[in-house]
Design a protein around this ligand. Structure first.
Ligand SMILES: C[S@@+](CC[C@H](N)C(=O)[O-])C[C@H]1O[C@@H](n2cnc3c(N)ncnc32)[C@H](O)[C@@H]1O
Length: 392
């Protein structure tokens, strides 16, 4: 998926007929073979032989010759074929053209870095559970286990592992010493600034990464309600709370339908981590490049605005709502918060004061509300945060 648009262009050049005429399974196999030759670590002779063999195993013996011929031609003419494929931006950058256009328009300084990030294997960021010890102590535990990790200077719990490992290899993972979470997502509690005695709503909580982080940093909350519309995903919140030794009130429900789950008591803090296009986390989910369509974005923006309006109604006067998304597109971020602020006289953008807590984080461009983090900067995912308060 990560290199699909490049490999597909190479396949078109290798075939003397449009590749859509290929049987879908044979086409997929040919792309897998090309991936192994262009980007994989498999020895080339094995990649060719196994792909040809797989064509036969799929019951397509007549296509085996074609697959063999096109993979061998790619081996021979690789440089020229890749150069020719790269004449089209979508193939050169291995991202769909609609997304490239949007990134270049919205992020003229950063889009190349963001595309490079979207084509890379993601780093493994850890979040140290400060209730169990300091980041330095956990880093020493990692070092004793032969794992090197670097701290992040603007996210106080974050360590970036030099080499990703299975979670089972992380010292103390099962006992809640540490969680796996991208550094950009680790900023949420700092923008939220929940204090002892407050009631907090995490309105889109599953699987519970940010809810658990909020609880790790503030043991004295009156209550944290972890809400999610997807009952299967709410089970994962319970798993994470259990592993970390934390507790919260888990609710299954829709933030836009509070009558079904809300007791009517306003929240002093609300985190609204909306469902989004995921365009900031493409390196973790490269299938987003294929599955998302340009027409999805406006609909997501409408849904996000509806959720923001509904969540804000549950906020106490003087309280703060943090809007978060892992999209890098303004239509899901600043356009949503701007539309909300212009129609809601009780809402204030308090981003400037929130930023004092995180001097390393730049605000969104121009007069846009919130903080837009481009993917790849500081080796973080792309993210957006806006801090909105309700006038007292
Ligand atoms: C970006 S994920 C949340 C990630 C989570 N905050 C974390 O840090 O682990 C968005 C979540 O919103 C939930 N969701 C979508 N629409 C919702 C709605 N109308 N009300 C409540 N939750 C919703 C989805 O089921 C999904 O779990």
């Amino acid at each position: 998926m990560r290199w699909y648009f490049e490999l597909e262009a190479c396949l078109q050049l290798l075939l003397d007929r449009p590749d859509s005429a290929l049987d879908p399974e044979v086409r997929a196999l040919a792309l897998v073979g090309l991936f192994q030759l262009a980007h994989g670590a498999t020895p080339e002779h094995a990649a060719v032989a196994e792909t040809v063999e797989a064509t036969r195993a799929l019951g397509r013996p007549r296509a085996a010759g074609l697959v063999n011929a096109l993979l061998r031609r790619f081996q021979r003419e690789r440089g020229a074929i890749i150069d020719a494929a790269h004449r089209v931006a979508q193939a050169e950058h291995a991202h769909p053209v609609w997304l490239l256009d949007a990134l270049a328009r919205e992020w003229p300084q950063d889009w190349r870095m963001m595309v490079t990030a979207g084509n890379s294997e993601p780093p493994m960021w850890l979040r140290v559970n400060r209730r169990r010890g300091s980041r330095d102590e956990y880093r020493a535990r990692l070092a004793a286990a032969g794992m090197a990790a670097d701290p992040c200077d603007f996210a106080p719990e974050a360590l970036r592992l030099e080499q990703p490992v299975g979670v089972g290899e992380l010292p103390g993972f099962g006992d809640g010493a540490v969680s796996v979470q991208d550094v950009a997502a680790q900023l949420a509690p700092y923008f939220l600034a929940a204090r002892a005695g407050m009631r907090v709503l995490d309105a889109c909580a599953a699987p519970g990464g940010k809810a658990c982080h909020i609880l790790e940093l503030e043991p004295g909350l009156a209550e944290l309600v972890a809400l999610d519309v997807d009952p299967a995903r709410t089970l994962r919140i319970a798993d994470n709370l259990r592993r970390l030794g934390l507790s919260a009130t888990i609710a299954s429900g829709d933030v836009t339908q509070p009558a079904a789950w809300w007791d009517g008591r306003a929240f002093e803090r609300i985190l609204l981590d909306v469902p989004c296009s995921g365009t900031g986390v493409i390196r973790r989910h490269p299938d987003i490049k294929l599955l998302r369509r340009p027409g999805d974005i406006a609909g997501l923006g409408d849904e996000q605005l509806g959720m923001l309006r509904a969540a804000f109604a549950l906020l106490a006067p003087g309280g703060r709502l943090v809007y978060a998304s892992c999209s890098v597109l303004a239509a899901e971020n600043a356009a949503v918060t701007r539309a909300f602020l212009s129609a809601e006289p009780a809402a204030l953008d308090v981003g400037e004061s929130a930023r004092l807590l995180l001097p390393g984080v730049a605000p969104a461009r121009g007069a846009d509300p919130g903080f837009a983090l481009p993917s790849g900067a500081a080796d973080a995912d792309g993210f957006y945060y806006a801090c909105l308060e309700k006038r007292a």
